[in-house]
Design a protein. Structure first.
Lengths: 489, 458
């Protein structure tokens, strides 16, 4: 052992350290019977077949689409009713209405009060959630599959017969007001909100969360009206994934939802997003910050755009996987940050690309420089060879991994039906990724990554990073409420 | 099981890949996990769990070294070391581990917990040998340079800033509370690490830590998914078989003296806007009668909106916006540790009140259980709910949950088949057991609380 330690020091002096014990082990191994081949990198075998179970799809006479598939990973079931109205359907002064409505429908029906709903779900090993996102609201229950028919009835009751009691509205509004206050302390929340507001302007995709004012403007009547207008079978689909008998679940769905009446559902009003000019910094002053939390990006295509595949490959290479250019650069080479990443998000009417990271104050400017340097390299050269092949293989490989669980398969199928993707999307995804060419990745990079015109949202302590942002001439300063303020001193 | 209405971050995960996989079955009652348990001559334990539903395989290495017994004066070192395991070995260059896994269609991660550190790959099953080779190469021949050490010291420091120092509440409920509730250094130090300790770590520390703990006889290899016992054993012998075992040091005394009086602390938070209180009770030893009883009370007390604390705090008294909690809160579940542990709660409450007001309501809820017990119906529902959460955990993180539980049961109980008998142990719990355990453990004298108040900021 002593000898090994001194070996070690020699190596440290040579600025190349190998753990001494490991050296000894290697020596042992090499001197032992282990063939050298056991240490060489093994080849990967031939790809094994991947096939999802068939799906049943029926449309009930009232227009509700029902999609059922058997997945027996564990004896559980996911039942999700998705209503195709979300934040985008909120009136501009009532942001959060779809979200609060989703919360309130769980708080009482014509035959069950709030507590009874919760106890019943609990006793079936279940969890009931209802949450609004940009284009839709999902009312979802997950529980033991032996209770599948009763879980289905419960989802139907909550979606069709909520009473939205006044006292529960008051409790939930208080709860949300506290959440709004907490959100203003979260640098990641503020960075995202600022980014989305700047990027989408008057377009409803600017809305990510309720405000004190919007919450105070909502009452039982507004919530009931939203439910009446939007929760309609012709504006929804029901997805059931689990260890169930598909035919029996289709029949049970007809029974549970057959009496739901159609309605005319108002669609969202889409304003044009503002035109971007230059690299515009939106700086949110958060005193005492020891990091700058940043979100950088641009408008991208809607989810159903046929270029989605090449854009996804380009984003994976840039920052969408752990093994990606931006992670290698600002984490593994420079140590600026722990969790840099970029994501491509597609909605019904538009989408966006966003890079996000939290970096220590001292490297705020340098981190931004690297972000744009990598973007410009993608735009100029795209990607080819082993890097491109690896990114495609990554996306092809994780698809079976993601869809091998009930919750993962549900999430994938919801995307298919919300955005009107081809029904064989899960079956063709891997082939379409494999077909992406270097030329497509290059053109996708130009489409995807804004460089000269970009939104840059930063949440931090301006005095600490001011000098590093000298190269950015267009800076708007905001407080944590989103109000414009003079440059902080 | 840990749960929360808000999705609070699991803290010690190393990287940023998130994923999702699975197992065959009939009904919940008859569901069982296939388990084969073997040991190589060098002491490496091997667990195989077949599942051919998808062409996916999970490979996990779990080492019996967590942050609890990391070196004194080097807080956060176990976690820093976890990062270093991705920085290269004899045949694998810095970050190449990540590149090889991603480029072959897989994801990976590592995390540091109280009593172990885990490393895993979720891969297409045709890449099984590649993943096992990667794990074997770093167990055999980790290679760290001054540059890679410095790089990961910077990355981990950013991680601590991200999750603790620049965040409102500063992880007080899972990182801060054990430091106040415990008195034995092993249980009571800053597991994420003081930045100065992280910076002080040197290559000698790295070498010593690797030599001491990263031996085959201190680890479990789990392979679950689309493979066979024959294939796994052949590959395990090929890649791990020649790595020599090493003598393991005696385990330090991690016992936590019994607490005799309630401990209450108040902290001022420069970044938070609204107050929150965290409190924790010392738990009975894992896998004991009282442990199982409290494991069943847990879902009734703090699982979701149906639970007693949610109903009392948010609905009836309307003094809070959120309540969450669990065993091994923020860092794991009821089974993946082996030592003193807290049953932790966090309540985000109304700004015009104090943490003590919250604890009064909590004590009323708990007193009712201590005096009147729970009903037979509640116990039955709790058993159903626990079974459901247990199954959910197996599917978690693309099937990693199943591998990870098998690894913990092999490492701590030398019995991965326990995965199929834990639920029967819980079935034996009676309403009287629950009442007795609540009387014994959920008392103020066994409790520590931190009231975290906004202040000193704006």
């Amino acid at each position: 052992m002593r000898l090994q330690i001194s070996d070690c020091r020699v190596q440290i002096a040579a600025r190349r350290f190998q753990i001494a014990a490991a050296v000894a082990v290697v020596a042992l191994v090499v001197g032992s019977a282990l063939p050298a081949s056991a240490q060489e990198r093994p080849a990967v075998g031939p790809e094994r077949p991947f096939q999802l179970a068939p799906r049943i799809e029926r449309t009930l006479s009232n227009g509700l689409r029902v999609i059922v598939t058997r997945q027996t990973a564990i004896p559980k079931v996911s039942i999700t009713l998705t209503v195709l109205s979300g934040y985008s359907s909120d009136p501009a002064d009532l942001t959060g209405l779809a979200s609060l409505t989703a919360d309130l429908i769980q708080e009482g029906t014509k035959t069950r009060n709030s507590r009874q709903i919760r106890r019943e779900v609990f006793g079936m090993g279940g969890s009931l959630t209802a949450a609004a996102s940009q284009d839709y609201t999902s009312v979802s229950v997950r529980g033991l599959s032996e209770f599948a028919p009763r879980l289905l009835d419960l989802v139907a009751d909550v979606a069709m017969n909520p009473t939205i009691p006044d006292d529960e509205v008051a409790i939930l509004e208080q709860q949300h007001l506290q959440t709004v206050a907490q959100q203003k302390a979260s640098p990641q929340f503020l960075a995202n909100r600022t980014f989305r507001n700047a990027l989408f302007g008057e377009h409803p995709y600017a809305r990510t969360s309720e405000t004190e004012a919007s919450l105070q403007a909502m009452d039982r009547a507004t919530l009931v009206a939203f439910h009446t207008d939007h929760y309609r079978p012709n504006n929804a689909f029901l997805l059931i994934v689990g260890a169930i008998d598909p035919d029996a679940m289709v029949a049970a769905s007809e029974k549970a939802f057959g009496g739901w009446a159609r309605g005319d559902v108002p669609g969202p009003a889409y304003a044009a997003p503002p035109a971007l000019s230059g690299r515009h910094v939106y700086f949110v002053q958060r005193p005492n910050s020891i990091q700058s939390s940043m979100a950088v990006g641009n408008i991208a295509v809607k989810r159903s755009d046929p270029r989605w595949y090449e854009l996804t490959v380009a984003n994976t290479i840039y920052g969408g996987a752990f093994n990606s250019r931006i992670v290698r650069n600002i984490r593994e080479e420079k140590g600026y940050t722990y969790s840099p990443q970029s994501a491509l998000t597609g909605f019904s009417n538009a989408g966006f690309y966003r890079f996000a990271a939290d970096v220590r104050n001292e490297v705020t400017g340098p981190a931004l420089t690297e972000v744009f340097k990598e973007i410009d390299a993608m735009r100029a050269e795209g990607s080819d060879g082993a890097e491109l092949q690896g990114a495609k293989q990554y996306l092809r490989g994780i698809f079976p991994i993601q869809t091998a669980t009930q919750t993962g398969l549900s999430a994938t199928l919801i995307i298919v039906y919300v955005f009107g993707l081809p029904k064989d999307y899960p079956e063709t995804f891997r082939a379409k990724i494999a077909a992406v060419t270097p030329a497509q990745v290059k053109s996708a990079s130009v489409t995807l990554f804004g460089s000269e015109n970009s939104v840059i949202a930063i949440v931090g302590d301006y005095a600490k990073v001011k000098d590093q942002l000298a190269g950015y001439t267009n800076i708007t300063f905001l407080d944590t409420d989103g109000k414009t303020i003079p440059p902080p001193q | 099981m840990v749960k929360s209405r808000n999705m609070r971050l699991f803290a010690f995960v190393l990287c940023l890949t998130v994923l999702a996989p699975a197992v065959p079955s009939v009904s919940a009652q008859t569901f069982s996990v296939p388990v084969v348990y073997k040991k190589l001559p060098n002491g490496l334990r091997v667990v195989i769990s077949e599942n051919h539903a998808a062409p996916v395989v999970v490979v996990e290495l779990m080492y019996r070294i967590g942050f609890r017994i990391e070196p004194k004066g080097r807080t956060g070192f176990a976690h820093l070391f976890e990062h270093l395991m991705f920085q290269g070995s004899e045949h694998v260059a810095k970050f190449e581990h990540v590149r090889i896994v991603n480029e072959n269609g897989g994801t990976l991660n590592g995390s540091t917990r109280f009593d172990h550190t885990n490393y895993f790959e979720v891969m297409p099953s045709n890449a099984l040998e590649l993943a096992m080779w990667l794990e074997a190469d770093r167990m055999r021949s980790l290679k760290i340079t001054p540059e890679t050490l410095k790089n990961q010291q910077d990355v981990v420091s950013e991680e601590v800033r991200d999750n603790v120092l620049n965040q409102p509440y500063g992880a007080f409920e899972w990182l801060g509370l054990p430091q106040k509730a415990n008195t034995n250094w092993y249980n009571a130090h800053n597991f994420y690490g003081d930045l100065s300790d992280l910076e002080a770590a040197n290559l000698d520390d790295v070498k010593k830590f690797f030599d001491t703990y990263y031996a085959p006889n201190n680890a479990v290899l789990v392979v679950s998914g689309d493979t066979t016992t024959e294939e796994v054993m052949k590959l395990a012998e090929k890649h791990f078989g020649a790595i020599p075992q090493r003598p393991l040091p005696p385990r330090p005394d991690i016992k936590e003296p019994a607490q005799s009086a309630e401990k209450s602390f108040t902290e001022s938070d420069k970044l938070a806007r609204t107050p929150a209180v965290a409190f924790g009770y010392h738990l009975p030893d894992r896998m004991t009668k009282d442990f199982f009883a409290l494991s069943l009370l847990d879902p009734l007390l703090v699982s979701d909106e149906s639970a007693k604390l949610y109903q009392a705090l948010i609905k009836e008294n309307q003094i809070a916006a959120d309540v969450s909690g669990g065993f091994n809160y923020g860092l794991g579940n009821n089974f993946d540790y082996n030592g003193p542990m807290l049953y932790t709660f966090r309540v985000d409450y109304r700004p015009d009140l104090k943490g003590a007001d919250v604890l009064k309501v909590v004590d009323k809820v708990i007193s009712a259980i201590q005096e009147h017990g729970i009903t037979e119906d509640e116990l039955k529902q709790a058993k159903v709910n626990f079974r459901s959460s247990f199954l959910e955990n197996l599917e978690g993180q693309s099937g990693f949950g199943r591998a990870d539980l098998l690894a913990a049961l092999a490492l701590y109980d030398d019995d991965p088949n326990r995965i199929n008998t834990i639920l029967s142990d819980l079935d034996k719990v009676t309403t009287m057991d629950v009442q007795q355990a609540a009387k014994k453990y959920l008392v103020p004298a066994n409790r520590t609380s931190i009231d975290r108040r906004p202040g000193g900021g704006q």
